[in-house]
Design a protein around this ligand. Structure first.
Ligand SMILES: Cc1cc2nc3c(=O)[nH]c(=O)nc-3n(C[C@H](O)[C@H](O)[C@H](O)COP(=O)(O)OP(=O)(O)OC[C@H]3O[C@@H](n4cnc5c(N)ncnc54)[C@H](O)[C@@H]3O)c2cc1C
Length: 386
């Protein structure tokens, strides 16, 4: 039986990026995916994910700053456009903790941004009708990364560097260096479990701490499409309600989501229908803050979050085996970093130094509930106002 340097389980954002990084470093890589590449059952699907420096946490802002040139390098090598920067708006109000931390973080990392009051925001982006006490942070280094296309490109590049991809290959069991699948057994010196929502299934000791939720992406068509194109209408995040959205891209519609509003599900038995309550809440939100338009739902899609209690990523060795690396950059905010996450994982696998403080991605920290650090529902104003 051939022994690979590394077997990567899961060809989503994390797995495809890690396979690429290891293959580029001359390692023999076997990439296993239970479905096809790409597919609609996990977390890395669809037309768009928000890319931004505007984080309420300097470590993540720095990681995004590192991910940008890594995306550009992948684009240059593949000749494919994957990341489109056209601007982003964070809505908040004076004293809103995540909003204030985001402004402070942007200043701390030297990212370009403007802080606008409600009138100035509506002058710059007349589609919006926001309350007088709201403010916004406008940052030019924000936009859209295209998940399905990016995964396909990273897998293709990994294969160009010699990696082997096996699709429809379900990992059923793994021991220290051997992986059993429906297509036979395979061996490697190291194994990366980048299985997204299926991570707790492959590492049962994590079941108690990780929650998998069914999130929705709603596509609403405005009558005046031209007013919502990327050059007119930046991506947006509302720190009051955690609604977030995208200009018209991919589909002739504005896409909106409600961060961390999904119900806990089992990834193998989850449904494909977005709950009515999410559609209603999203429609109400659009009609409240973009009232000059009539919003018609044209499509809705489901997708899975793998949430840690801290909303930090997991990048750490298996507690019982330091040749198995656990990798889950999710909690609903990991795709933007995918271009660089593989490099960090490769440094870890090859015991090479990496400039980032990876301590917080270690299991004890990532699984520690503690005070909610990152932008999350736990931080919403106690009034529960959305
Ligand atoms: C609705 C929604 C909106 C989001 N918005 C943003 C955003 O705006 N910005 C942002 O940065 N991030 C966002 N995210 C988060 C981002 O998409 C995820 O962090 C990222 O896609 C996680 O990638 P992953 O590789 O960990 O998981 P996945 O892409 O799910 O990859 C895991 C892979 O492992 C495979 N697998 C699992 N078990 C097995 C097995 N036993 N054998 C073989 N293969 C297996 C699965 O089939 C899957 O392909 C969003 C996520 C969702 C759901």
């Amino acid at each position: 039986m051939q022994t690979y340097d590394v077997i990567v389980i899961g060809a989503g954002a994390a797995g495809s990026s890690t396979a690429l990084a290891m293959a580029k470093r001359g390692k023999s890589v076997l990439l296993l995916e239970q479905f096809s590449v790409p597919h609609e059952r996990g977390s890395s699907l669809g037309h768009s994910r928000i890319f931004r420096f505007a984080y309420d946490d300097t470590e993540y802002a720095k990681l995004a700053i590192q991910a940008l040139p890594a995306w550009r390098a992948i684009e240059a090598e593949s000749g494919q456009s994957l990341l489109h920067l056209f601007g982003g708006l964070d809505f908040g109000s004076v004293g809103n903790s995540s909003f204030e931390r985001t402004a402070a973080t942007m200043t701390a990392v030297g990212a370009k941004f403007e802080r606008l009051d409600a009138a100035a925001t509506m002058q710059k982006f007349p589609q919006w009708r926001i309350p007088a006490h709201w403010q916004s942070l406008y940052s030019p280094d924000a936009g859209i990364v295209m998940p399905s296309r990016a995964v396909e490109v990273m897998v293709a590049l990994a294969c160009k560097y010699g990696a082997t991809l096996l699709e429809h290959c379900v990992v059923q069991n793994l021991s220290s260096n051997t992986v059993q699948t429906n297509l036979g057994s395979f061996q490697a010196n190291q194994i990366v479990i980048a299985a997204g929502a299926w991570l707790p299934k492959l590492v049962p000791m994590l079941q108690a701490q990780l929650t998998v939720t069914l999130e929705g992406s709603l596509y609403f068509a405005p009558k005046n499409l031209a007013a919502f194109t990327p050059d007119q209408f930046p991506i947006f995040i509302d720190h009051h309600s955690l609604a977030y959205g995208f200009p018209v891209q991919g589909l002739p519609a504005v896409k909106i989501g409600l961060h961390q509003s999904g119900d806990t599900v089992d990834p193998d038995t989850r449904g494909l229908v977005v709950p009515e309550r999410m559609i209603r809440e999203a429609q109400t939100w659009l009609e409240t803050y973009l009232p000059t338009e009539e919003w018609r739902l044209i499509q809705s899609r489901t997708c899975l979050y793998t949430n840690t209690p801290s909303h930090d990523f997991i990048l750490d060795w298996h507690p019982e085996n330091n040749t198995i690396l656990l990798l889950s950059p999710c909690s609903g905010h990991g795709f933007k970093f995918a271009s660089y996450i593989g490099e960090i994982a490769a440094d870890k696998l090859l015991r090479q130094p990496n400039p980032f403080d990876l301590e917080r991605f270690r299991l004890p920290n990532a699984l520690h509930k503690g005070e909610a650090k990152l932008l999350s529902r736990a931080i919403l104003a106690p009034t529960g106002s959305v």
